[in-house]
Structure formats: structure tokens, C-alpha cells
Design a protein around this ligand. Structure first.
Ligand SMILES: [Zn+2]
Length: 464
């Protein structure tokens, strides 16, 4: 009997050792293939060359998704679309024009959710950051110029209109060089109460000087863009596991329209594609099912990931990895989920020469597709992975273009994310209940995100 127990434990040990050495082989193959068999760089080049930016609801978005579907099909990766409708916005011909002391069309863009209106012209005043003491008493009926870095919300914009009678806003861009960072006026999908345009840092400074010169500059605004419901799809690829409980790898598919969305989030599209392809070809049999999701309508307010979560709220999701503008990985972030820390520490150690130099962080942040998962108490993680400094600042600008993608860094990130996904997909310690609502609220409060979420009108838990 003793002998049997001994030989049983020896064989169990050797099974474990075998599994471990197999893991090493899989990691080596994933990392090697990420460099020597990168296919996503060419895919992203084709996508950005042919279709440009992928704003949700556009033909470019649809054609880009078809291209990705064909690539998945070619590699025999199961995939399907999941349709949803969201309160969207379509950019049309808009203009902000200086009409006095000279006639000059400004380099500007309407912010998302600025709705069409009859053209009008008014005097321009400067209101700095927009605090009460910066707004002159004669602001009624005027267009106001804001300094850079003013945080706007639907409520604050409404207050400018109702409390001060301001009829339009120009927001100075925070970076110079003629940049225009596209973004929405709010994250609730509501039409902005008054038109808001983003102007370049240089023209913002010039307009400010004009308001100080006694010239009483005048500006005309004309907006044809419209707020409207938009039908679109998330794209989901599946590698079935031994069980249906799953790991979700998410990356937003949409981008802004001015540039090509190469960094934001062409990188994530590419990484999610190659990671899925490499795991499917090198190690398709994992414990958990791997579901890779390309979310649409992230830039308008995470509508795709909320739609996915709504549809899959009863699915058993053991962990979520969000890939949004992932450059060169230097650390992992457990986003407040203590249960992820051991797995992320093991992951970094097992990368050997690629071990992430920073310790595992544990700080959730707002504004990307992990949020709907966190709200459901699902352990979610991101990577601290900077994009080269000279390129990252262009992320919503005209200049978010393909040549800024560094192929070698992309390959390295794909290797690292593949190793992470493979490890998570086989880590049975992750099979624990998700956080309940009370614990989730605690997690968000600990990170001091609750007040921010309430201000942005995205706090989902009601008032306590
Ligand atoms: Zn993004």
C-alpha cells in the first residue's frame, strides 16, 4: 500500500513536472513566433492604408472589420459578430471662423456630440479655466474661449449656457504643433447643450491675445455634425477550452477619424489578432476558453464593452486583459484585484530576459474597456506599456498614423501578451467567485474613482 502511494505520488510529481516543462516550451514558442512570425504589422498596415481612421458607424470601420474577419477566417479561428446600437455621432462639415478683425477659418474640430445648429456669429471672450471669477458679467450671447486642460462635463457645459448665457465654446488644445485631439464633449451620449470646438494651441493663444487687445474679435460657428443612434458590431474570436469559463482579451476596434488610429488602438487590434493566432496555432488546448473581443464605440464612451458585458453578464469570466495603446510593456497592473497579483508576479518572472522591470501595480484607472468588467467585479488587468514619447501625444490627432508603429516593440508586446494569456488560460487558481457589488464599490472607492465616476455620470451603483 505504502509502495503504491509512493509510486502514485512519484507519477503525480512527474505529471506536474511534465506540465511545467511543457509550459516552458509553449512560452518559448510563443515568444519566438511573436518575433519571427509577426503578421499583425502587415495587417495593420493594410487596414490603415486602405481605410484610415475607424470612427464607429463609418464605412472605414466596417471595411476594416471585414479585413480582420477575413484574416481570422484564413487562420481557421472561430469568430462572430455581436450587434448593438448606441447613441452615436457623425462628423460632417463643420467650421469655426474668425470674422473680425480678419476673416480666417480656424484649424478646429467640433467635439463629439456637438449637434447641428443654425450658423451664428458672436463676439469672442476669454474665460480661462471657466471658473466663476474668470467669466465677465457681460458674457450673455457670446462665444467663450477656454484655456487648455479644462475638464468639461455635460453639467459644466450646461452651466456655461444657462448661468452665463454663453452660446458656444472654443477649447484650446493642450499640445502645440497644430494638434487637434478629437474627443467627445461627454461620456453619456447626450447632445451637447451648446457647440464646442477644439482649436489648436497656437490659434488659442492668438485668439486670447486678440481678446486682450481691445479688438473685440468675432467668431462664426457652423455645425452640420449630428447626434444619432448608430448600429455597429463587436467582433469576437473564440479558442474553446476544456471548460466554458473564459479569459477575455479585449481591445477597442474603433478610433477617431482625423488620423488612422494606428496607435489608438491599431496597436491593440494587432496585438489581439497575433496573440489569438499564435495561441491557436501553438497551444490551442487550454483549460479555460479564450475569447478575444474587438470592442466598437469605445471612443464615444465604452459602448461596445458595456454592450458585451450586458449580453454576457451571466458568463463565467475568470479574468479580463484590456489592450488599449499598449506599447513596450514594463509592468502589469492588477487594477485593484488582489487575487491577480500572484499570477502577474509569476508571469513577469517567467519572462526571463523580458521580465517586466516594474513591480505589479494595483491601481485601477477609468476610461477604457476594462471598466464594464470591473463594475461587474471581474478581475481585470492592464499593462503599463509606454509608447515612444515622440509619438504618443498624437493619439487622437491627425498624426496618429501607421509609421509611428514600432514593429520590433509590437512584436515584443505580442510575445509578452501571448505568454500572459497562455498562463492565465491555464491557471486554475483564478477560478474564484467575482467580487460582489459591495466589494466592487470598495475597490473603486479605495482608488478614489467613485467621485470622478459620479461627475462623469457613469457611476452605476445608485446613491448609497
Ligand atoms: Zn484607446
Amino acid at each position: 500500500m505504502k509502495k503504491l502511494a509512493l509510486s502514485l505520488s512519484v507519477s503525480l510529481l512527474s505529471v506536474a513536472a511534465l506540465a511545467q516543462s511543457n509550459d516552458v516550451v509553449v512560452r518559448e514558442r510563443l515568444m519566438g513566433a511573436a518575433f519571427l512570425d509577426n503578421q499583425s504589422y502587415a495587417l495593420l498596415e493594410e487596414m490603415t492604408n486602405l481605410y484610415g481612421g475607424r470612427i464607429t458607424g463609418s464605412e472605414s470601420n466596417e471595411k476594416s472589420m471585414q479585413l480582420l474577419e477575413r484574416a481570422l477566417d484564413e487562420h481557421g479561428i472561430q469568430n462572430h459578430r455581436e450587434a448593438f446600437t448606441f447613441p452615436g455621432w457623425e462628423r460632417r462639415e463643420d467650421s469655426a471662423t474668425l470674422t473680425h478683425p480678419l476673416q480666417r477659418k480656424l484649424r478646429s474640430i467640433a467635439m463629439g456630440y456637438v449637434d447641428q445648429h443654425p450658423p451664428f456669429e458672436a463676439e469672442l471672450i476669454y474665460i480661462g479655466k471657466g471658473s466663476a471669477d474668470e467669466i465677465p458679467s457681460n458674457s450673455q450671447g457670446k462665444i467663450a474661449l477656454l484655456a487648455a486642460n479644462v475638464k468639461l462635463s455635460q453639467d459644466s457645459i450646461q452651466a456655461f449656457a444657462t448661468d452665463n448665457g454663453i452660446t458656444g465654446l472654443l477649447l484650446t488644445n493642450r499640445k502645440n504643433g497644430g494638434q487637434l485631439l478629437a474627443r467627445t464633449a461627454n461620456y453619456s451620449g447626450d447632445a451637447s447643450p451648446i457647440p464646442i470646438y477644439s482649436v489648436t494651441e497656437e490659434e488659442g493663444r492668438w485668439l486670447k491675445r486678440l481678446t486682450e487687445s481691445g479688438e473685440k474679435p468675432r467668431v462664426a460657428l457652423s455645425t452640420s455634425s449630428i447626434v444619432k443612434d448608430i448600429d455597429c458590431d463587436n467582433l469576437v474570436a473564440t479558442i474553446p477550452g476544456k471548460i466554458s469559463k473564459k479569459i477575455v482579451i479585449g481591445a477597442h476596434f474603433d478610433s477617431w477619424d482625423l488620423g488612422q488610429g494606428a496607435l489608438d488602438n491599431g496597436l491593440g487590434i494587432a496585438q489581439a489578432f497575433d496573440v489569438t493566432r499564435l495561441i491557436q496555432s501553438i497551444n490551442p488546448n487550454n483549460h479555460y476558453t479564450i475569447e478575444t473581443v474587438w470592442f466598437n464605440a469605445e471612443e464615444f464612451g465604452l459602448f461596445g464593452s458595456y454592450a458585451y458585458m450586458e449580453r454576457h453578464k451571466d458568463d463565467k469570466i475568470v479574468a479580463m486583459i484590456n489592450l488599449d495603446m499598449v506599447g513596450n510593456p514594463i509592468g502589469a497592473n492588477a487594477m485593484g484585484f488582489d487575487s491577480l497579483i500572484p499570477a502577474l508576479e509569476t508571469f513577469s518572472k517567467d519572462l526571463g530576459g523580458f521580465a517586466l522591470p516594474k513591480p505589479v501595480a494595483n491601481a485601477p484607472w477609468l476610461g477604457s474597456d476594462h471598466m464594464p468588467f470591473i463594475i461587474q467585479g471581474i478581475p481585470s488587468m492592464t499593462l503599463n506599456a509606454p509608447i515612444q514619447a515622440e509619438a504618443v501625444g498624437f493619439y487622437h490627432d491627425f498624426a496618429d498614423t501607421f509609421e509611428k508603429v514600432d514593429r520590433e516593440v509590437l512584436s515584443k508586446s505580442i510575445g509578452i501578451i501571448s505568454v500572459l494569456a497562455h498562463q492565465l488560460a491555464n491557471d486554475q487558481n483564478l477560478d474564484i467567485p467575482r467580487l460582489n457589488q459591495e466589494q466592487t464599490i470598495e475597490l473603486l472607492k479605495k482608488a478614489i474613482l467613485d467621485e470622478k465616476m459620479k461627475t462623469a455620470k457613469i457611476w452605476p451603483f445608485g446613491t448609497e
